[in-house]
Write a protein that binds this ligand. Structure first.
Ligand code: PMP
Length: 288
């Protein structure tokens, strides 16, 4: 596999950044996870827009235009002969001193890894996922806005570890106020009486590209869709639930905090959305 770093391709064993890179030392950087479906980079422009927004939010000036990053993403897929896969775009603050001041970092690093991914085993996609709410709260927006897709994932990693300690694969994270925010790397949805609900982004979650795609699909299919401030209780009594993310795609949730959701199987609205999602991913994006 060839990995792109600042305009050049390196063999995966030779691709590296400095140990003084603030991305490594402090998690000072941003990233995107993007999917490639049958030669179509799904919603590439939306991902690059979010990357730019994340960069702006952390005052990291990108020395590359959107077109240049887009070209590098497409070239990385071609270089690795990929037609289906997962692309990780990482921008680090670059090499600096051991102090935290970003002023010492003069040369941001753009890294692109184009590879394959499967987040969960086949059975999870067929039978659904069981979730547990964990104690670690999602970052408060006044500390580190969850809208920024930063390299600082410790908050989510701690939640993931807690879920795993309890014997679950994935967690529900609440925000500082105790409302449902999202999962550790995915947005969360519920269905009640035919209406799809998801926490507002003001509930401290990432504005997911897949979340937006589900919204667009729901609109097209005429399924009512609402953002809201949602509690655990709302989810416990939901008819259906599912989570979305670029890597996970769309996964039905069949149990939350030991409460069975609906009849414990992927629900009809979830399946309808998933089917439509499968239909759009190969078309709604930038072709290689
Ligand atoms: N929330 C978090 C914390 C994430 O890291 C991600 C991406 N893995 C998502 C939600 C889903 O976002 P997207 O659909 O853009 O991948």
């Amino acid at each position: 596999m060839k990995v792109y770093i600042n305009g050049k391709f390196y063999d995966e064993n030779e691709a590296s950044v400095s140990v003084f890179d603030h991305g490594l030392l402090y998690g000072d950087g941003i990233f995107e996870g993007i999917r490639l479906y049958e030669g179509c980079v799904f919603r590439l422009d939306a991902h690059l827009e979010r990357l730019e927004d994340s960069a702006k939010a952390i005052l990291l000036e990108l020395p590359w235009s959107r077109q240049e990053i887009s070209d590098a993403v497409l070239e990385s897929c071609r270089m690795n002969n990929l037609k289906d896969g997962y692309i990780r775009v990482v921008v680090t603050r670059g090499k600096g001193s051991l102090g935290i001041s970003p002023k010492t970092c003069k040369d941001p690093q753009l890294i692109i890894i184009a590879d394959k991914i499967r987040l969960y085993p086949k059975e999870v996609y067929e039978n659904g996922l069981k979730l547990i709410t964990v104690p670690t709260r999602r970052n408060h927006a006044a500390a580190l806005p969850p809208m920024i897709k930063s390299l600082n994932y410790l908050n989510n990693i701690l939640a993931k570890i807690e879920a795993q300690h309890l014997g679950y694969d994935e967690a529900i994270m609440l925000n500082d106020q105790g409302f449902v925010a999202e999962c550790t790397g995915d947005n969360i949805f519920m269905v009640k009486k035919g209406v799809i609900y998801t926490p507002t982004v003001q509930s401290d979650n990432l504005s997911g590209i897949t979340r937006q795609a589900v919204w667009d699909i729901a609109q097209k299919l005429g399924i009512p869709f609402k953002e809201g401030v949602l509690t655990r209780y709302d989810f416990w009594i939901a008819d259906e639930a599912f989570l979305t993310g670029t890597a996970a795609e769309l996964v039905a949730v069949t149990e939350i905090d030991a409460r069975q959701i609906g009849d414990g199987k992927p629900g009809p609205v979830t399946q309808k959305i998933l089917e439509a999602y499968r239909g759009v991913v190969t078309k709604d994006g930038t072709m290689l």
